[in-house]
Write a protein that binds this ligand. Sequence first.
Ligand code: NCN
Ligand code: DMD
Length: 349
Amino acid sequence: MILEETLEKIKKPSQEAMERCRQHWDSIAKPLHSLGKLEDALVRIAGMTGNERIHLDKKALVVMCADNGVVEEGVTQSGQEVTAIVSENMLSGKATSSIMCRSTGADIFPVDIGIARDTSLRNEKVAYGTKNMAKGPAMTRQEAVQAIETGIRIVRELKEKGYQILATGEMGIGNTTTSSALAAVFLGIPVEAVTGRGAGLSTSGLTKKISAIHQAIQVNQPDPADGIDVLAKVGGFDLAGMAGLFLGGAAEGIPVVIDGIISEAAALAAYVICPNCVNYMIASHLSKEPAAQMILSKLGLDAMLDCEMHLGEGTGALTLFPILDLACVVYNSMSTFEEASIEQYEHLV
Ligand SMILES: O=C(O)c1ccc[n+]([C@@H]2O[C@H](COP(=O)([O-])O)[C@@H](O)[C@H]2O)c1
Ligand SMILES: Cc1cc2nc[nH]c2cc1C
């Protein structure tokens, strides 16, 4: 129900607001388009919100935290207990993401959407972890919809509280396995080409990871044209929840920043569910995982940063925030050619 009404609400961004934003950039006393992708990002944001007046003072990071049954297959270097420990550290301010949030002025919202034990996070638990996708579906279709709708509800709440931009993050041991499975299915690219070492996996572990993904696809036969089917069969609660963030952001007209490989895989699922939602996404950085560029190319998005980061938790998305703040301060406070009495030259093309 929430999902259907959300999909109906997703419209194309405002061309008029984008044009007004571009005109303002072009009137500022500096060489045309000299802030490159920073200018383009603000033009896209104007389209998303339908308003060329841009303020990104109130920022949030939503972190979807969940466990994955597929860890049974030995596809990770660390144990499942790390999911809960790092997620709790986000609340106590000790995780990388929470430290970066403090510095960038973003509020952090860690969500327990399916950690395998009870936690003190916001409780949106769909189940205590997914089932092992190498043996059968990770979750039911109904559970996938529940997780997607959780993401949508959270965006609505944050929009009501006045947040102007959202970063997506996740924490879940094993979630690069599910993300690679999504990439392989949606992109139709061999599993070997889209699978990496996640959080520091050994070479023997990588072989097991590739074979677990093959098995999961073989056993479940997900339908690449049905985003919810793929999320349910070979995804995770974190991925489905993040897909909900992207769909919710598109429906509410609020920019949602993509983080690393897990966030990208969720963005791809959201795109398969509703292609228009890609207009409301900003690609922050290029994760070091092999599927990263392949997914962004499919989405038609360009990563703003390439720092070889692959930490997750939303850290790449947060790294973009100070850069967007710089773009905003120039956009909002700099003199125009007219005010600075500088003659505007003809732009050479
Ligand atoms: O953001 C990325 O590109 C990224 C790449 C590799 C690993 N991670 C993080 O590491 C965890 C998943 O790694 P793994 O090996 O357990 O699948 C998960 O908690 C992610 O936040 C994140
Ligand atoms: C310590 C640790 C922190 C993380 N943050 C995101 N994924 C992670 C994986 C590990 C292992």
